[in-house]
Design a binder for this molecule. Structure first.
Ligand SMILES: [Fe+2]
Length: 326
């Protein structure tokens, strides 16, 4: 497992801000921290799902900003690899893919930039943080509960998500790693990925993504929010660092340089702009699938009816449908 279940979850009374993948993107990280302050979310209710360091050009500065903020951080595979000076990033990219080739460049760059003190901080990060919010317990991990670098997408099988939540022993799981925001309710429980701030969501816009979880009577409100920041300045910083490959362009185009890690469903949604969305999750007692979950603002990258994870506008899942996802 990526992390032993903590005996006691961290109790959180108010809205919780979640984000993933700062990816050495200092401008996005600073913008996210400013947004947290603007929203009145204290560091104790701000959680990063890991991969503080990756593709972009300012690894040491980004680690410094995150550490200074005093927020909760879950260990990502990049922290695991850099912390123990592994020969590669441990992202789980398939051999011979463009992602793997590009990772050689940015990982070597980051490996040179990180200080021994930052490595020690990375080694000390928890692999899992449990929070108690709105009467529910959620496990926050990087990839999945069982594996730090498992890619869990919206189109990944429901059975996988159910099994992972079972493994966590919680009401839901918050994960990162795949870099794309989504929320689903497998079996009436919660699988939530707030997305990443360090790279765009491959939707053709330069925006980053984070989320707010707000306790409600009997459940949670899950809000996916977009983050605008100085992406052009960050791309310039990458080019100054001679990281002029596809990721610098991606910050401006909003499109990933390679879709090699994406399942067909997510690859087909490349360049379709996402819009902020809100889900009210009201799990029923005994973890039975909910008969209905109001969903408003469904407008993100819709495909045809039945496309994994992407219901068509106006589509109302039947009472027996255990998958309400977008
Ligand atoms: Fe990762």
């Amino acid at each position: 497992m990526t992390g032993k279940a903590p005996d006691t979850p961290i109790a959180m009374e108010g809205p919780v801000l979640l984000f993933g993948g700062p990816y050495s993107n200092l401008n996005a990280t600073q913008a996210l921290l400013r947004e947290a302050r603007r929203l009145g979310i204290p560091p104790g209710r701000t959680i990063c799902t890991g991969d503080v360091v990756a593709y972009c050009g300012r690894p040491a500065e980004t680690v410094g900003a995150i550490r200074a903020a005093g927020i909760h951080v879950v260990m990502g595979n990049c922290e695991e690899s850099l912390g123990w000076e592994s020969p590669d990033c441990g992202c789980g990219f398939a051999e011979g893919t463009a992602c793997e080739r590009m990772a050689v460049e940015w990982y070597a760059y980051a490996n040179r930039a990180i200080s021994p003190d930052d490595r020690a901080w990375m080694r000390g990060l928890p692999r899992r943080i449990d929070i108690a919010l709105g009467g529910r317990r959620l496990a926050v991990v990087h990839g999945s509960v069982g594996r730090i670098n498992r890619f869990v997408f919206a189109s990944s099988p429901e059975e996988l998500k159910r099994a992972e939540i079972d493994l966590a022993g919680t009401d839901g799981v918050v994960g990162g790693h795949c870099g794309l925001p989504f929320t689903q309710t497998p079996g009436g429980r919660l699988w939530h990925n707030p997305g990443a701030i360090g790279l765009p969501a491959n939707d053709g816009t330069p925006r980053a993504w984070f989320s707010l979880l707000t306790p409600l009577r009997g459940g949670l409100r899950v809000e996916h929010r977009a983050l605008d920041y100085d992406h052009a300045g960050e791309a310039r910083a990458m080019r100054r660092a001679n990281l002029a490959g596809g990721y610098a362009d991606a910050l401006e185009s909003g499109l990933w340089p390679s879709c090699g890690v994406l399942p067909p469903g997510e690859a087909a949604r490349r360049s379709k702009p996402l819009t902020p969305e809100t889900v009210r999750w009201t799990p029923s007692a005994g973890r039975r699938p909910p008969s209905s979950i109001p969903v408003r603002g469904i407008s993100a990258a819709r495909l045809t009816a039945g496309s994994p994870g992407h219901p068509v506008k106006g589509h109302k899942p039947p009472a027996t449908n255990k998958l309400i996802r977008f």
